[in-house]
Design a protein around this ligand. Sequence first.
Ligand code: ATP
Length: 237
Amino acid sequence: MRNSRQGTIRIQDAVCVIGLGRFGTAVATELMKDGVEVLGIDPDDHVVQAMDGSVTHVVRGDATQEVTLRKLSVHEFETVVVAIGGSIEASILVTGLLRKFGVPNIWAKAVSDQHAEILKQLGVPHVVKPETDMGRRTAHLLRGTLEEYVEFAGDFVITQQLAPEFAIGTPIGELRLRRNYGVHITGMRHPGEPWQIALPETALRRGDHILVAGNRRNADNFARLPRTDDLDSELDA
Ligand code: ATP
């Protein structure tokens, strides 16, 4: 494919981003920062003009049209991101065409659980739900007990929190965490030091931060145990 400014896109290594709203633009510009060539497609003239120069090649076009995608060689890409949210119909039509082309790595944005379900049924291997995922994460973080919250498939999570008071001074292997709380401490950081793997013989200190792995409910319950900062505020009161 020719690009007037930067020569030829190497399609095997490049990524095509369809829909250059906030999500698509963030994906495209981050990929460019990482040195990945990007073909961007959007029907909106203003969007295309705004992105001109920020990605390797940006084209105005309606990606629901097979002829448009073929003209732009999208059927030859290994990785395509469908970042259309406002029109679920357009999102489904585009992903249907990509499935028909046999594009192996399709990443599609879903704006609802139903949208995600349809995309999965279409055989899209990677469905991301930025709004709902971020909403759930925020709900867990805003209660103040967790510093980070990452959810995996099923209901498995890894959380970051301050070490609970009961765990201070005792080697992690002796805390019987799995039996008593259904969680595992996988990483830890003393204040001002780098993260390290939490070994069974590691004893936590006051103010340490820990990474906790387990199912959502167990990790949430574990985060509610009194932590070293709670006791500090009680002593201060
Ligand atoms: P975001 O939250 O990422 O800003 P959104 O979920 O609100 O976006 P839209 O704004 O509807 O979704 O779509 C994102 C982009 O996709 C827009 O710039 C829009 O012009 C583009 N888009 C919509 N339909 C098509 C289409 N048929 N082909 C290519 N791009 C499209």
